[in-house]
Structure formats: structure tokens, C-alpha cells
Design a protein around this ligand. Structure first.
Ligand code: SAH
Length: 455
């Protein structure tokens, strides 16, 4: 049976896809239904149909699944930020574990996967230390800020995001108040006119230091002293800056930052290590879980103090400095030069002298160091972006024959692909553990340990 657009059908959801969409079958015909979860029976409307499957919209829940919960956020369904807030938190964790297991089985071809229980959060809300709110106007020309609706750039007027810190709301009210009182305009993506594009807020969870950065389509902010005056009244306000972005682009931050008040950076800790964070620095957004993720990576690395470790895709050296506490020497490689500057400074402010950093592509730096200088590694840690590791890099890694490889991944699919390649060269997957860095969303981090398969 083939359905056509606008048909109403009743379906029971029996599976969920990697993007959190419910999947149900009617006589072998597959329906993908956003906003439904396993166990729901629902009336849905066909939106787009193909020969063997269709995308449908949830119209009415007939029998809600017992895995469901009422989302805490009234905008959960429209907002592009969260995808699975309607799943009970324990079920979200189960979904993420399944996502890892399914990828390793289907893409990696692994049979017995040594999976350990996923690391969840005690409180899965207010975990983000960073938020970027777009600024715009509603139909009546009123200033609004909030988040983009799923797959669009329509701003949902909402200053209360449950993933961010509660005080973000006060920052937003103060910025909007300043804009209204001083007739500062919001940027309009369609016309390319207007001034304020985004409000970036960062907060040090341990230090309680706050940073506010306004991304502007211009070189200066009118009546900036008024903005400073208002924001300074907040406890912990440490850094007020602006970022110049005059390009017609989806990239949020501009390249040039100007200081309005305070310091150009804030400070925060992961474990005992202190980090300086400026508006452009990459810093993990969930500090509570990051500590647990790195502790897992450190445990998997099995360091005794004698090892030479390579940390590839090291960013600002977060994992490298964590590992340096237990290793003889750590070498970090990262493609973004500013991140390496941050890494070197972070090593320095923590008095860490056994870490050295190189700028470049991991797949170029490591082969060169190995082939020309014959460098050695006891442990290699990789933490690549979603696309995973480059082929050349994997070939060099396995040639170097480190005792252990620790793979930190933000995408189970590319993780599975890469683990398969590494295992073809004599390594074996010993431990796999998920960590939930982003409750409410479908994202999951995984740490895997591979060791040489000695016979
Ligand atoms: N380990 C760090 C950052 C991981 S994010 C942390 O936990 O904070 C992945 C990093 O890989 C980013 O900083 C990105 O800039 C970097 N990167 C992307 N492609 C790269 C490549 N080919 N070689 C080296 N680094 C790369």
C-alpha cells in the first residue's frame, strides 16, 4: 500500500532513528514520524511519500508510550535545539547506548562489543556553559531573542532555555533592555541590515565568572557604556566584549573581538586544570560531563608516568593537559593555530612542562614526525570532529604500534568505520563507554579502548 500526501493513518512506533525520529511500519511500508517515540500509537498525517516509505507529522497521540514524559520546555517540539526531550531521561540514555551499539554492529561489523554503562547526568538540565542567542524582531517589529526552530532560521521567542544556565535569562533581558532604550537595531538576515546578530554568553561553572559578547554587523556599539553599566551589576560579570561580523554568513562569530569592559577572557576548571576561555576559544560546553569523559579517557589510557602520549585533534589541549598529569610526555596536534596558542598558555598557567603542541593536520604532522624523526608512542589518543580520522592518519597510527589507542568520538558512525580499519591491523576493541554530554538531544560521545591483539 502506498500513501499519498495528507492521508491520515494510525501507526504504532516500533523503533527510533539516529536523529530521534519515530519509525513505524504499516504492512511493510515505513513511516518516519518526528516527535514520536517507541511505544506510541498515533494518528499521523503523510507529508511526503516515496515508494517504500514516507515522512509523516504527528497529529494526535492515541496511546502514548510509557517511555514518554512531558517535556520541561514548552518549545521542545518546535525548537531545533532538543530532539528527544519527550523521552524520559533513562530512556534517552538507553537510546544513546543503542545508537552506539547499532553503529558498531552494522557499520563496524563487531559482534561482541565490550560496552560499559553509559555515563549519564544526575541533573540533565542547565548543563551548558555556553549559549548563542540570535537576535531579531517579531512581525510587529518588537525585539526578540531565543533559538532557531528546527531546520530554519525562524527565531522562537524564548529566553528560558532549560539546557543553559538560569541566569542567561537575566543577561538577555539586560541586553534587550539596553537595545530598546538606546534604539539599537537587531540584524536582519534577509536584508543584511541592522546591528546586533547574536548574544554569546559563557559562564565558568566552578569560578562563576561570566562573559557576554555581542556579535555585531558593524564596528562599534552605540551607547556601549549603558550596556556595560547594566551588565556589570550582575555578580561574577568578568568580560564584556563585541565581535565584528559584517559578512552574509551562517557563521556566528566574527574574526575580530573588541573589549568593552573587564578581561578579554574568563577562567574555568576541568578537574584541577585551569583554562582561559576567550569568545573564540573552543571549550567543551558541558563541564560536568567533560570531567567524567576525560577521566574515562585517562583510565582507558592506563598511564603509569612513563609513557609518551600523542593527543591528536587536541583543540586547546584539554585532554593533553589532563593526560600530562599522569604521563612522561604528551604531544598535541591541532589544525587551528589559535587553539594551539591557547593550549600552550593553558599548559603554562598550570605549570605543566611535559606537554608540547604542534599546529597542523594530524594526518600530516604525525606521518612526518614518524617517518622523518622516528617518534614513538606508547599511547595515542584521538578526538576527531564528526567526520572521523583520515585514512593516512590511521595507517600511521597502526604502523607506530602503540600499546593502546583511545578513541574519543562524537559520531558513532565514523567511530565504527575507523575502529573497523584499526582492528584490521591487529588491534582489538577492549572497552567502549558512552557519555551523555548533551541531554535532550540525540548527540552522544563515546570512548573506546583498543589494544594490540597479542597472541
Ligand atoms: N580534544 C579537544 C577538541 C576536540 S574537537 C577537546 O576535547 O577539547 C576536534 C578538534 O579537531 C577541533 O579542535 C578541530 O579544530 C580539530 N581538527 C579538525 N580537523 C583536524 C585535522 N585534520 N588535524 C588536526 N586537528 C583537526
Amino acid at each position: 500500500m502506498e500513501y499519498k500526501k495528507n492521508d491520515l493513518v494510525t501507526v504504532t512506533i516500533t523503533d527510533m532513528g539516529h536523529d530521534g525520529e519515530g519509525i513505524g511500519k504499516i504492512d511493510g511500508y515505513t513511516l518516519f514520524v518526528k516527535d514520536t517515540v517507541i511505544g506510541d500509537t498515533a494518528e499521523v498525517k503523510i507529508m511526503k511519500s516515496k515508494k517504500n516509505y514516507a515522512y509523516a507529522r504527528l497529529m494526535r497521540l492515541i496511546t502514548p508510550s510509557d517511555r514518554r514524559t512531558d517535556p520541561i520546555c514548552p518549545y521542545a517540539r518546535q525548537c531545533g535545539g532538543c530532539q528527544i526531550q519527550e523521552l524520559k531521561y533513562g530512556e534517552q540514555l538507553r537510546f544513546k547506548e543503542e545508537k552506539i551499539r547499532e553503529s558498531l554492529t552494522r557499520i563496524g561489523g563487531f559482534a561482541d562489543i565490550p560496552m560499559e554503562p553509559i555515563i549519564g547526568m544526575e541533573n540533565p538540565y542547565h548543563y551548558r556553559n555556553k549559549a548563542q542567542f540570535p537576535v531579531g524582531t517579531d512581525r510587529n517589529g518588537n525585539l526578540i531573542t531565543g533559538f532557531y526552530a528546527g531546520r530554519t532560521h525562524t527565531i522562537i521567542n524564548n529566553t528560558r532555555c532549560y539546557l543553559g544556565v538560569e541566569k542567561n535569562e537575566e543577561v538577555l533581558q539586560r541586553v534587550l533592555g539596553y537595545m530598546r532604550e538606546n534604539h539599537v537595531s537587531a540584524y536582519n538576515e534577509t536584508t543584511g541590515k541592522g546591528l546586533v546578530r547574536h548574544i554569546l554568553i559563557r559562564c565558568g561553572f566552578k569560578t562563576k565568572e561570566w562573559m557576554v559578547c555581542l556579535v555585531i554587523n558593524g564596528r562599534s556599539l552605540p551607547a556601549a557604556d549603558r550596556l556595560v553599566e547594566s551588565l556589570r551589576q550582575m555578580d561574577g560579570m568578568t568580560s564584556i566584549t563585541y565581535s565584528v561580523n559584517m559578512e552574509r554568513t551562517n557563521v556566528i562569530m566574527g574574526k575580530e573581538t573588541g573589549l568593552l569592559w573587564g578581561k578579554p577572557y574568563i577562567t574555568d576548571y576541568i578537574g584541577d586544570i585551569r583554562y582561559q576561555i576567550s569568545p573564540l576559544s573552543f571549550f567543551q560546553v558541558n563541564p560536568v560531563q567533560t570531567e567524567k569523559l576525560y577521566a574515562t579517557a585517562l583510565e582507558f589510557a592506563g598511564l603509569t608516568g612513563e609513557e609518551t602520549v600523542w593527543d591528536l585533534y587536541c583543540g586547546i589541549g584539554t585532554i593533553s593537559l589532563f593526560l600530562a598529569q599522569k604521563a612522561k610526555m604528551v604531544y598535541g596536534v591541532e589544525i587551528v593555530p589559535q587553539a594551539i596558542e591557547d593550549a600552550r598558555r593553558n599548559a603554562e598557567i598550570n605549570g605543566i612542562t611535559n606537554a608540547q603542541f604542534f599546529v597542523g593536520r594530524a594526518e600530516e604532522v604525525l606521518p612526518e614526525k614518524y617517518e622523518k624523526e622516528g617518534v614513538h608512542a606508547d599511547v595515542i589518543v584521538v578526538d576527531p570532529p564528526r567526520k572521523g580520522c583520515d585514512e593516512t592518519l590511521i595507517r600511521t597510527m597502526v604502523k607506530m604500534r602503540p600499546e593502546r589507542i583511545v578513541y574519543v568520538s562524537c559520531d558513532p558512525a565514523t567511530l565504527a568505520r575507523d575502529l573497523k580499519k584499526i582492528c584490521e591491523e591487529g588491534y582489538e576493541v577492549r572497552r567502549v563507554r558512552g557519555a551523555d554530554m548533551f541531554p535532550g538531544t540525540v548527540h552522544v560521545e563515546t570512548v573506546a579502548l583498543l589494544t594490540l591483539d597479542v597472541v
